[in-house]
Design a protein around this ligand. Structure first.
Ligand code: ADP
Length: 495
């Protein structure tokens, strides 16, 4: 019999990718295509839904061509996707009524203000786990129904459908037969009640969104529909939003396990098991991947500027030739005078949520060099991570025992060692850093009964564990200085 594979689709903010995964969980092929970012106005970010689909489809065919296989060898499809980005389309023609509004898009801030003025903040937090923000899908749907001619009436007539990117891809893959999403994606819409696991009628009423537009919601590992090729039917059987998929791919399957992704920003998630923990410290509560009907919850905190501060050193200040240079430069001046960089370029995210903070550099002297700035900028990622972990520990009452890491910046050994030192917990870097796409592959493989969750844990090989080496006194002094530096950046501007 010919060998079988899983296709893991990873539809991200800047590119569509497909991984071919074999029955041992080994990645046997990858293909990636970037697509256009559309910026019609300041603060607006759009994607063309047809281009999202066409690039995704091209990566599927390319990866299969290269491996010389047909759909008869694909046992199942897993999908992970950029979260919150919203598409509305016509049920009959399948045509989108406009571009997808991307998670970063700020155009719906005024709609969020209206919801706040109705006194809905506590309700939204308690029932969706989120803060009212333009980031989430709800107000993006409202905007499309308001701004596209006749859209509200068509939606009320049952002619229009809404979906996050997973839903859109599944609709395309199934030829319009399945209009579905999973719990993790639904929990990012600001319309899903994470306690009752149903769309929240009260919020739909406040936003005047017809319930008929919304997809059916399923556990992340389950049956979402068939892709029909010329020869065979292939089940789509694993779906999760990117950060939850990474949490799963990192085998953070038990309460208290935490992963941090170091990319442009940092995204940290803690599995809180069956407990829905509501944050008092600026974190959000979200649904983690579920493989059965029993859902799991997670706490999430995002840092806006992490790896992008390294890009600023490279492209803005031109102190670095490449991001990788930052490691060598930091090592050169390790142990010398401490400079602090607070990269609050666009305010501060969790746990501060201060949009008026601005970036600053502290402790510079005549001897301060570019290398000191590189070191301090790397260290700012670690300090910001500690800020979020402290908030998670306080909210959940769980002491973090280790941190599992992924994302582009984790190749930096200086950063990883400093992270372990400043947290005083070991930092685990896995061999396979494709944790996001592998999360979707695992979810599909569990449905297919190829694997169970123990295999995910066993498969996760550690490349390197960074053990804390810093003495407690120095750790405390540095972290206090960091907190002091952050304090001095707060409320810097008024706009
Ligand atoms: P994203 O998915 O958000 O685009 P990636 O996970 O691809 O991000 O990571 C890219 C980020 O990591 C960039 O912001 C880059 O500056 C940073 N980065 C890449 N390599 C290094 C390195 N060796 N040291 C520090 N930062 C790095």
């Amino acid at each position: 019999m010919s060998e079988k594979f899983i296709l893991a689709l990873d539809q991200g903010t800047t590119s569509s990718r497909t991984l071919l995964v074999d029955s041992k969980g080994i990645i046997r092929g990858t293909s990636q295509m970037e697509f256009k970012q559309i910026y019609p106005k300041a603060g607006w970010v759009e994607h063309d839904p047809e281009e999202i689909w066409s690039t995704q489809w091209m990566t599927i065919t390319k990866v299969m061509e290269e491996a010389d296989i047909t759909f008869s060898q694909i046992a199942g499809i897993g999908i992970t996707n950029q979260r919150e980005t919203s598409v509305v389309w016509d049920k009959i023609s399948g045509k989108a009524i406009g571009n997808a509004i991307v998670w970063q898009d700020k155009r719906t801030a005024p709609i969020c203000e209206q919801l706040k003025s109705k006194g809905l903040e506590d309700y939204v937090r308690e029932n969706t786990g989120l803060v009212i923000d333009s980031y989430f899908s709800a107000t993006k749907i409202r905007w499309m129904l308001d701004e596209v001619d006749g859209a509200q009436a068509r939606a009320e007539n049952g002619e229009l459908l809404f979906g996050t990117i997973d839903t859109w891809l599944i609709w395309k893959l199934t030829g319009g037969k399945s209009h579905v999403t999973d719990f993790t994606n639904a929990s990012r819409t600001m319309l899903f009640n994470i306690s009752t696991l149903e769309w929240d009628a009260n919020l739909l009423g406040h936003l005047n969104i017809p319930p008929a537009m919304l997809p059916a919601v399923k556990p992340s590992s389950g049956f979402f529909g068939f892709f029909q090729s010329d020869e065979v039917q292939v089940p789509i059987c694993g779906v999760a939003g990117d950060q939850q998929s990474a949490l799963f791919g990192q085998a953070c399957l038990e309460e208290g396990m935490v992963k941090n992704t170091y990319g442009t920003g940092c995204f940290m998630l803690m599995n809180t098991g069956s407990k829905k923990v509501l944050s008092k410290n600026g974190l959000i509560t979200t649904l983690a991947c579920s493989t059965g009907d029993q859902v799991q919850y997670a706490l999430e905190g995002s840092v806006f500027v992490a790896g992008s501060a390294i890009q600023w050193l490279r492209d803005g200040l031109k102190i670095l030739k490449s991001a990788a240079d930052s490691e060598r430069m930091a090592e050169e001046v390790a142990g010398s005078e401490d400079v602090f960089v607070v990269p609050a370029f666009a305010g501060l995210g969790a746990p501060y949520w201060d949009m008026y903070a601005r970036g600053a550099i502290f402790g510079i002297t005549r001897d301060t060099s570019g290398a000191h700035l590189a070191k301090a900028t790397l260290e700012s990622m670690a300090y910001q991570t500690r800020d979020v972990i402290e908030a998670m520990a306080e909210d959940s009452g769980i002491k973090v025992k280790s941190l599992k890491v992924d994302g582009g910046a984790v190749v930096n050994n200086y950063l990883m060692q400093f992270q372990a030192d400043i947290l005083n917990v070991p930092v685990e870097r896995p061999v396979v850093v494709e944790t996001t796409a592998m999360g979707a592959a695992y979810l599909a493989g569990i449905y297919l009964q190829w694997w169970d969750s123990r295999i995910i844990v066993a498969d996760r090989k550690i490349d390197r564990e960074f053990i804390p080496l810093m003495d407690a006194g120095r750790r405390q002094t540095l972290y206090h200085k960091w907190q002091d530096a952050v304090k001095r950046t707060r409320g810097w501007t008024t706009t």
